[in-house]
Write a protein that binds this ligand. Sequence first.
Ligand SMILES: [Zn+2]
Length: 408
Amino acid sequence: LKLYFNASELITNKGVASKDGVSVDETDLGIIHEGALVTDDTGKILWLGRTMDLPRRYSKITRRMDLSGKIICPALVDCHTHLVFAGARHSEFAMRIAGKSYSDIAAAGGGIKSSVEQTVAITEEKLFKISKARIEAMMAYGVRIVEIKSGYGLSWPEERKLLRVAQRLKASFADKLIIRVTFLGAHAFPKWCKTKQDRDQFVDEICEVMLPAVKREKLADACDVFFDKGYFDRRQSEKILRKARLLGLDIKLHADELADTNGAALAAEMRCLSADHLLKAKLINLKKMAKAGVTAVILPGTAFYLGLPYVDMKKIRKSGVTPALATDYNPGSSPCLNLPFMMTLACTQMGMTTAEAFGAATYGGARALGVHKQQGHLSVGMRPLLSILRVTSYQALIAEYAHPGFSV
Ligand SMILES: [Zn+2]
């Protein structure tokens, strides 16, 4: 058995789970002050409550952890990252700050294609090493569940390389983290796609070659598509998602980030696990997502970094959709591994309350990955991953912004 005791806050998210992450307020976090938690050797929760109420049968436990001055809570979840890539695009940042437009940057060789070139150029072994260091950095922020997308290969051998790196990360962190791998072969069109026929041919290759191989080699849990203006259109996105679902993969969608292309509606129609970004999504389509049980993954890091308008929390509340928060960690639009900072941005820039932000970065993230039955909240009988943070309240985690890391 293992005993955790004297926690400044033991956060159970009891009400967050029972409300399915919608209209969360602070009472829903189920905060127990001076909290204690008993687990068996498999991590199953046997008891939780106030330290002073600890049943006598648990008072002799020798494996014990004094959490004075710390909080213990359900694992923080970063449910949207593009973590496996090589190189950097810092010069694009400098160009943007200097007032250059998106097309200037593309003309100078920037954008996703630049990361593809830099990623293709290095070995699987090197890619594994740099990605591993990123996961370790992420863990310092208390993140214990991470989603990793491929998408900087854009050909089957290279996409396979990225997915294999993600699978190796999954295996090497298996005792500390849950890693979910998402195939995002449809991240952008490769260089050789010049005409509509070429682009359709690439979509066919994803459906007929890549997805069956992903399934056969057990390389991913889910499939995602970049459905947006200038990227994959509705017909192409739907084709890829249908094929992925047929093969038994979970499906997700990058939707309505650059333009409102009714991506949120497509995600609802296809019953995706989540639709992500949603900067331009209409209320009526968010309502469809709510009805279909699709989680809204909000990525305030990109709006912050690119200087774009944020998702409006009033609209999210009105729609009744479950929100999740993630970093969208990637080299171009959000090179930031700090999930608590995303909570800060959600509060100061989008109008989330601190309780909403906390629920979205825990339960909401777990829901966006389809693991919210076992993760994202704590109750007796569950076997959830836990985050332990060196702060005295969950509010401190959000208020002490851009902190270099609180994790124990
Ligand atoms: Zn993304």
